[in-house]
Design a binder for this molecule. Structure first.
Ligand code: C2E
Ligand code: CA
Ligand code: CA
Length: 502
């Protein structure tokens, strides 16, 4: 913009100068060609000429003044955030570079933070409240930062800070004070920020790299609400590299059939017969070997790829059921459960899409159970309940997975069209050892019975647990005590062997 402004000013002034020279030449020429009235003409033309120049310079002054004003406004827009008035990322980067040149002996830290669940705050209380919070944060930062320290709002609720680093103790204290002040800003709304910190080494001046690292540190605490700030360390970069590799490979891996169905048998407590299995995904990576879902499902949940994996698993299960129907009579009553991520519950067409797959393989939906994780289900989410109802109408079984891990709202269950309740394995194995835990499990089983829900205990590992659950009326068991997840061929052999022995 500066260049543009100077250009205009230069053009205006050059034009005025050119006009002055031309007028002077013209007047002299006329006064010499008209000698008799020369003096009078000369006076009139000089008068007109100077008036002209005066007007031009006035106009040019106005133009330059306007341009200057416009330019200042543009500069503000370019460098400052329209909402909070604080510097924006562009200015922050430029100022950081200047500081690195002038303060070479000073140690600095790059800090990035954002507000946890800021979208929910906006949705719940309105954008006005969201804006007030952002403005208050900018004011706090302005007040707290020292000379030669910088901050900016980078985007929505993302802020960056360049803070002096004089030593761990003092620095952490300052960061904690800052967090406390921001988190305590409002009595009405819960504001929590997550802060990532990168301690800048000597000669590290690429601002994008510095902020990327602070960002990685920030992301490392996103799922851990106990902690509000974290320092970057090299392992975070390794995780990032690994995640990038996985993301580059996942589509290809799906096309190459590297994802495989594993089955973990489920047993009826009453007669210890296998009544079905849960399908669990494994990634058979040619380079890294067999990967468990915890190594990639959380990442796929973040990037949305889990939807493709779940649908793939569902289709593979349908294929398998069709094969059993055609070739293996002893498997025709097996009900197989498939895990579905919460991301599917935004898709109103899910029931139709799944039904289309079952028809393609001539499978009755009642042979399939859809496992939805408890933490993702809320009874007041009309669309979600709609989808579940629809699935049930088509004949699919629906189970609530990991029950007891998240909110465990018993009320929620009452309003959900589910038919099966899977008690969370962690909850179960930790609780069965003490009296209180046993009481909780007992009351959960009783409540499930009242609601006509079939109960499945996951993660059953010991004979005591089996005895206890049997006594309390749990219907189905799944766990290492009976069998670990296995591939399809192993599963078929396992079931055949069991059938022969009975
Ligand atoms: P989940 O749905 O709760 O699956 C049960 C997990 O518990 C399985 O781990 C299983 O191997 C493990 N497990 C079973 N019995 C026992 C036991 O007695 N003791 C212990 N300690 N663990 C037991 P896995 O296969 O590693 O799966 C982990 C999680 O990954 C699953 O938890 C599920 O949330 C997710 N997952 C697996 N496959 C899929 C999939 O196809 N789609 C989606 N969206 N998620 C999947
Ligand atoms: Ca499951
Ligand atoms: Ca589970």
């Amino acid at each position: 913009m500066v260049k543009n402004y100077d250009e205009k000013k230069f053009i205006t002034l050059s034009f005025a100068l050119f006009f002055l020279v031309m007028m002077t030449a013209l007047f002299n020429f006329i006064s010499f060609t008209l000698p008799s009235q020369g003096e009078a003409f000369r006076m009139v033309f000089y008068g007109l000429g100077f008036t002209g120049i005066f007007i031009i310079s006035l106009i040019s002054n106005f133009t330059v003044g306007d341009l200057k004003k416009e330019n200042n406004q543009l500069r503000r827009l370019q460098d400052f955030d329209f909402l909070t008035g604080c510097p924006n990322w562009i200015k922050f980067k430029r100022d950081c570079e200047k500081i690195f040149v002038t303060n070479q002996t000073q140690h600095y830290a790059m800090i990035i933070f954002d507000i946890d669940k800021f979208k929910a705050i906006n949705d719940l209380y309105g954008h006005q409240v969201g804006n007030e919070i952002l403005t208050a944060i900018a004011e706090i930062l302005e007040k707290q930062l020292k000379e030669d320290e910088l901050f900016a709002r980078m985007a929505t609720d993302n802020f960056s800070i360049l803070m002096k680093y004089e030593g761990y103790g003092e620095f952490s204290q300052r960061v904690e004070n800052l967090i406390r002040e921001i988190n305590g800003y409002s009595q009405k709304f819960i504001v929590n920020i997550s802060v990532g910190i990168y301690l800048i080494g000597p000669d590290e001046v690429d601002i994008n790299t510095l902020s990327d690292r602070a960002n990685m540190a920030k992301r490392s605490i996103k799922d851990n609400s106990q902690v509000s700030y974290a320092f970057y360390d090299e392992s975070m970069r390794q995780v990032m590299i690994l995640e990038n590799e996985i993301e580059n490979r996942m589509e290809m891996a799906l096309r190459n059939d590297e994802f495989e169905v594993y089955l973990q048998p489920k047993y009826l407590f009453s007669d210890e017969q296998i009544i079905g299995a849960e399908a669990l995904v494994r990634w058979n990576d040619p380079e890294r070997g067999m990967l468990p879902p915890n190594d990639f499902i959380p990442l796929f949940e973040k990037n949305g790829f889990v939807k493709k994996i779940d649908t793939y698993m569902f289709e593979e299960v349908c294929k398998l059921l069709e094969k059993w129907q055609k070739e293996m009579d002893q498997f025709t009553n097996m009900i197989i459960s498939v895990n579905f991520s919460r991301l599917h519950l935004e898709n109103m067409l899910l029931p139709e899409e799944l039904l289309a797959i079952t028809s393609r393989y001539h499978i009755d939906p009642k042979m399939i159970e859809i496992e939805l994780t408890e933490g993702t289900i809320f009874d007041n989410d009309v669309q979600m309940v709609d989808i579940m109802n629809h699935l049930k109408d088509f004949g699919f079984h629906i189970s609530i997975d990991d029950f007891g891990r998240a909110y465990s709202s018993l009320n929620t269950l009452k309003n959900l069209p589910a038919d099966i309740l899977k008690l969370d394995k962690a909850f179960f194995s930790e609780s069965t050892d003490n009296v209180r835990g046993r009481k909780i499990i007992t009351s959960m089983l009783n409540m499930a019975k009242d609601l006509d829900l079939i109960t499945v205990a996951e993660g059953v590992e010991t004979q005591e647990q089996v005895d206890f659950l049997k006594e309390k009326g749990c219907d189905i068991a799944q766990g290492f005590f009976y069998a670990k997840p296995m591939n399809v061929v192993e599963f078929e052999e396992f079931v055949n062997k069991k059938l022969k022995s009975t």
